[in-house]
Design a protein around this ligand. Structure first.
Ligand SMILES: [Zn+2]
Length: 87
């Protein structure tokens, strides 16, 4: 979702055709910001450890977004496996 919102911001001028003033229409840019910001907020507050309930959004977001490092499959705070089935 965050990548889609970012892509919408970046391509809003191309998608709609740049207006005579040379700026993309603000509606598309605002939609992109809302989607991007909503995805980041969801990641921050919704992705939590099932055992200790600490927020894992920041821990997981960067490796997933940039793909350089493998996202951790365990909670860095309590060590519970994030791949195991929940009780
Ligand atoms: Zn935990």
């Amino acid at each position: 979702m965050a990548f889609g919102g970012w892509l919408l911001i970046a391509t809003s001028g191309i998608l709609s055709g740049v207006t005579a003033k040379g700026h993309p229409p603000p509606v598309l840019v605002i939609c992109g910001f809302v989607v991007f910001g909503g995805a980041i907020l969801l990641l921050q507050f919704w992705v939590t450890c099932p055992k200790c309930s600490r927020r894992l959004g920041q821990t997981i977001a960067m490796p997933v977004a940039f793909g350089g490092k493998k996202a951790p499959n365990f909670c860095p705070y309590c060590g519970v496996s994030l791949d195991a089935a929940m009780p």
